[in-house]
Write a protein that binds this ligand. Structure first.
Ligand SMILES: Cc1ncc(C[n+]2csc(CCOP(=O)(O)OP(=O)(O)O)c2C)c(N)n1
Length: 322
């Protein structure tokens, strides 16, 4: 068992529950007909995102996907700005012009959210190369799915990152499905991490439902990158418990897979670890209640916020130079 100190465990728990409660709230709003936007649920993958963000420093960069709620909220995008963007409001991170699939908040280090599968990896290399050239000490973490590991850009980015020893962490959230296609139907290699060897890069597969595996693996990769020793591929095995997007069913999943994923739910496992470290049920519940209050206030703020003016469409498109 790894040694994660109590402060860090508390940090990871708080971030995990923030991700989880945000996901629950989003589904409640969608099911209640309060909002009608695309949302890719992160239920089951909360711990991977939270532990990864807890391994980064505030100034580090992150590139994520349409399923990026976990990275975005766990890295700390202010909730009012996050909900504002998801609801298409002028108060959002991108003034309501990006929506759920294109959230960018440079102040928090969330540099790009993309819906183009696999496109985040070369972008992360660019950010990491800028940091290497500037000597600003930042690392860049890019999150993507197992399906994205079969896109050409994945291989190009891995090769280039290793060649230039870029300070980048490739975090593959292997939830065992690419859209509705099971891993074994789109990939014949036993895992994604073993591909790292082909580029001369370290690669590791860990259980993303176990805080004692996922946090140390990402932290080691972050430390390595910051020391100038180059990139690492971290593959976090996890389950996508609510289907590909909000509203999709489970008919393509065999019953035994559903049973397995329920048994591996990261939230009860994390709670057990917290109790083992002498946190009390009351303390843990109070953290969740506080998060819920913050989320409810942020949602009310976003629902009441104005839509962007129509002339906003012409702004922030081109950078004006003198
Ligand atoms: C370049 C590209 N090809 C196809 C799609 C359609 N598409 C959207 S999500 C998805 C599955 C990606 O699976 P994975 O990378 O495992 O991520 P997950 O959704 O499981 O988090 C696909 C194929 C796309 N958005 N972009």
């Amino acid at each position: 068992m790894s040694q994660i100190d109590r402060d860090k465990l508390l940090d990871i728990y708080t971030r995990t529950m923030k991700v989880n409660r945000t996901d629950e709230k989003f589904r409640e709003l969608l099911m209640g007909g309060k909002v009608a936007v695309m949302y890719y649920c992160v239920r089951g993958q909360e711990l991977v995102s939270a532990a990864a963000m807890a391994a980064l420093e505030k100034d580090d960069y992150v590139v994520c996907t349409y399923r990026g709620q976990g990275e975005q909220t766990a890295k700390g995008i202010p909730m009012e700005k996050w909900w504002g963007e998801c609801l298409g409001k002028a108060t959002g991170t991108c003034k309501g012009k990006g929506g759920t699939m294109h959230i960018t908040d440079p102040e928090t280090g969330i540099m790009v959210t993309t819906g183009v599968v696999g496109s985040g990896l070369p972008i992360a290399n660019g950010l990491a190369m800028a940091s290497q050239n500037n000597g600003d000490g930042r690392v860049t973490l890019v999150s993507f799915g197992d399906g994205a590991a079969n896109i050409g850009g994945f291989h190009e980015a891995m090769n280039m990152a290793q060649l230039y020893k870029l300070p980048v962490i490739f975090l593959c959230q292997n939830n065992r499905y690419g859209e509705h296609t099971a891993y074994a139907d789109h990939t014949d290699s036993p895992n994604i991490a073993s591909r790292a060897a082909g580029y001369g890069m370290p690669g590791v597969t860990v259980d993303g439902n176990d805080v004692h595996q996922i946090y140390p693996a990402v932290k080691e990769a972050v430390d390595r990158a910051r020391r100038g020793e180059g990139p690492t591929l971290v593959e976090a095995m996890c389950y996508r418990m609510m289907g590909h997007f909000f509203g999709s069913d489970f008919s393509y999943m065999p019953p035994e897979h559903i049973a397995e994923m329920k048994a591996e739910d990261p939230l009860p496992k994390l709670r057990k670890v917290m109790l083992e470290h002498q946190f009390t049920e009351e303390e843990l519940d109070a953290i969740v209640a506080d998060i819920d209050a913050q989320i409810n206030a942020a949602v009310e703020h976003a629902l009441a916020a104005p839509l962007p003016d129509t002339d906003e469409i012409y702004k922030d498109v081109l950078e004006e130079t003198a």
